[in-house]
Design a protein around this ligand. Sequence first.
Ligand SMILES: NC(=[NH2+])NCCC[C@H](N)C(=O)O
Length: 381
Amino acid sequence: MEGWYCVKEQKRCVGWVETYFKDCLCNLRDDMSFGFGLVSLLCWGLAEIPQIVTNFRTKSSHGVSLLFLLTWVAGDVFNLVGCLLEPATLPTQLYTALLYTVNTIVLVLQSVYYDYVTKCCIDRKAKSDHTGEEEKTPLKGNKGVGYVGIPIPKASPKPTPRREFYYTSARSLAGSDTPPFRAFLRLPKSGPSALGNDSSSSDDESDTAAVFSHSAVTQPRPIPRSVGYGTFLAASANLPFQTKGFSDGFSGRKLLQEHSSHSGFGQLLGWLMAAIYMGGRLPQIWLNIKRGSVEGLNPLMFVFALIANATYVASIVVRSTEWESIKANMPWLLDAVVCVLLDLFIILQYIYYRRFRRQRQSGGGRDEFKDYEEATKHATL
Ligand SMILES: NC(=[NH2+])NCCC[C@H](N)C(=O)O
């Protein structure tokens, strides 16, 4: 294969970079830019793995906003389509895009499975258990001294033909010592919400029934989120981190930037993608505020994303500071810069809520959070 050539420096491009990354490194700036690009690629490859592991270990994904993940998927899908349609797409772009799209889809599937499918099954089981209980639990004749008002399933030694004796209604319960069904079958909130740290107390949480047992009090359970996230349409195009135009001898693909960033359509796609990606962080920030907690969230995802976006910006501006180049890359640059700031905010939220929670615990006599952590440990082993 005919090698590429750096005209100004009068030397050949770096061979392996040329072969595997279709980029040409002529000087120190190019080397640095390429290095930043590699770090960005690596960080995107790793970013979502810690959260996937956290979700898997806790068998829940209530710490991450599903809407946030969906905006990532939407942006990524358009990005991938753009990559496939665009002949100038660099191999690294395509692999990175594929990698984080797959990772994000795994996160979304986990979210749907743990927080919706599993919850649905628990609800159904609790309901059927309760129906069975209702039929078998007598309302009267059970109120001896020390009666705590909790119906004991199958407490009746032998069935009785008097059906009304077993009938339970809200009114009859209200008149009895027995707390209404939901009062004691309420799903124990997990983590801080179980300790009253959760300011959200979302309605769907309180509606959730679970099988009541002693262990359920200390076992962490997923905090369900409200459903109804909309589907987002987004278009995105990716900027190659190699933004340098090649010198004579470059006979293969042209750089994507030359194709799309200068075209009105490419720019439009870029701005749409930027809006979607930037807006995607807001549901996550809001979820943290609403819960007053970051339990279930792995901060490493945002640390890696922050580094990935920062090095992505660095790889572009180190390569060229010419206004023309910056202007053409504006949507991608702005997206990355804003995402860095938003990720920083989320990391600060994480630190704040962790500290805040610890302080609250140390204030109380009994360390309930320790109990919770213990329970989590046991639950995840
Ligand atoms: N699934 C992904 N990680 N996609 C990449 C998103 C890139 C975008 N700048 C962001 O930080 O949101």
